[in-house]
Each structure stands twice: as C-alpha cells, then as structure tokens.
Write a protein that binds this ligand. Structure first.
Ligand code: MF3
Ligand code: CO
Length: 253
C-alpha cells in the first residue's frame, strides 16, 4: 500500500509495535526441548491478546497446495522460510532458529522475522546470522524515494559477497500494508536501478535471506517449507517500513 493519511500512519505504527513485541516475546520462548507448535500457539495468543489478527494463518497465495496452517513460521538450520510448526518438531541447543510472523491490526498488515542461535554459536553460524542482519541494515539504507526496488537487492548481494555468503534464490521482500503480500516483489538478488520506482508512502517488507553455501532452494514434502538444496544453514531477518520524505521509518522494532 501507499500510506497517505494520518489514520494509515497511526495504525501501521501501532500494529508494528504489537508485532515487534510479540516476536521478541516469542523469541524469548525458544529453549532446548521446546516444540515449534508451542511457539506458534504462544505467538497466536499474544497477537490476539494485543488486538491483532494472525495474518499467516489460513493464508493461501496463488499456487499454494493448501492454506498455511499456523500463525508463525519456524525454520531451523537448513530450512530458510515457511517452516510449519509441529508438535513433534523440537528445537535443540545448537540450532539456528528463524521466526517469521505477520499480523493485521485494524486492517493493516505487517511482517517481520528474526534469526537466533540457541546456545553458543560456532563461528560460521555467527558469520551467517550477523551477515544477514547486516544485509537487512544495508537493504534498509538503500531504500529511498526515487530509487528502485532493485537497489534493495543490490545492497543485499554486496554484503553477501563481502561475507562469502550465498543469497537465497527465488525469495524476497514485497510491498505490504493491506494484504500479506502486495506487489512489487523485491528480489533479494536484485540489481541497482532495476525494477519499480520507490515512491513516498510505500509500505515494504524487506527480508534478506542468506546462506552458508549456495543460494539454491527446494520445497519440502509439506509443500511450504523452503530448504537449502545443499543442506547448509540459512538465516532470515525482516522488517516492515514506510518510505517517507525524511527517510525510512521502521515499524516493526
Ligand atoms: N513473511 C512471509 C513471506 O513474506 C509470509 C509467509 S506467509 C505464510 O513470505 F503463510 F507462509 F506463512
Ligand atoms: Co515477508
């Protein structure tokens, strides 16, 4: 969406605060032996308790085999995104855990993701997680009125290259605000100056996904979970922002 009214800004800010709070609280629930389904229930209840509606639950984009069955995505190690929470899927020390969560708040949609290491990270995991966080910062820094959405991917690719990490293929960010996904798609392997022009008020979900190995992904048997083809680990950070004349405003922190 293009945010224009005071009403738009007010609701997007409020929804962003709720999402940031719930995501932080859910991350704090990650511990050795926790089932991913437990994290999902926690997140769903926390969203509803704060006046939001989980937006991933029952979401069925074109081409999806069946609606997404949970509020939260929990993707572990070589899983990149859209990991479906399950009662029998248990997190253990040494796992890289990515949580991706979305909600609607008074009809306004926001999206955010964080990756953490459970325990003491090995050097390569640290590099992967910090590099992906750095890629998000660079991507946010490249988002400006009059620029192109390709500038965002270009910034991500530069960080990945400098850190010897792979950029996950096929996936990327997107506009958001009035639906889970809106156009334009923001390729994480974009090129500077390519793609749609960024205009004032655009609400964007920017979400670099980087990998220890190469960027190729496969979709799991559950038809939702994206997994690195080479089995190496991946990380994912995402924030929703409004692009304004004064720069970007990050909503989900
Ligand atoms: N944040 C996710 C994305 O942008 C949204 C996932 S929707 C779900 O792709 F239904 F897959 F959970
Ligand atoms: Co998203």
């Amino acid at each position: 969406m293009i945010a224009t009214t005071e009403e738009d800004f007010k609701n997007l800010r409020a929804g962003g605060k709720v999402l940031a709070g719930v995501l932080a609280d859910t991350l704090a629930q990650v511990r050795n032996g926790v089932a991913t389904a437990e994290l999902d229930l926690f997140a769903e209840h926390a969203i509803r308790a704060r006046g939001g509606i989980p937006s991933f639950l029952h979401y069925q984009p074109e081409g999806a085999a069946y609606p997404y069955p949970a509020a939260l995505c929990v993707s572990i190690n070589s899983e990149v995104v859209h990991g479906i929470p399950r009662a029998e899927r248990v997190i253990k020390e040494g796992d890289i855990v990515s949580l991706d969560l979305g909600l609607s708040y008074n009809g306004y949609f926001l999206d955010a993701a964080r990756t953490m290491f459970l325990g003491t990270a090995d050097d390569q995991a640290r590099l992967l997680i910090d590099g992906t966080k750095e890629a998000l910062a660079a991507a946010l820094g490249a988002t400006r009125i009059g620029g192109h959405v390709g500038d965002i991917g270009d910034a991500i690719v530069r960080i990945a290259r400098a850190r010897n990490l792979g950029v996950v293929e096929e996936l990327g960010g997107h506009a958001v605000g009035r639906a889970v996904h809106e156009r334009p798609f923001i390729a994480n392997d974009g090129k500077q100056g390519e793609g749609e022009v960024i205009v004032s008020g655009m609400v964007l979900a920017i979400e670099p996904m980087l990998a220890e190995g190469k960027g190729a992904v496969v979709v799991a048997e559950d038809e939702w979970t994206y997994i690195m083809k080479d089995g190496k680990r991946a990380a994912h950070f995402e924030d929703t922002v409004i692009v304004t004349e004064k720069g970007i405003e990050i909503l989900t922190r």
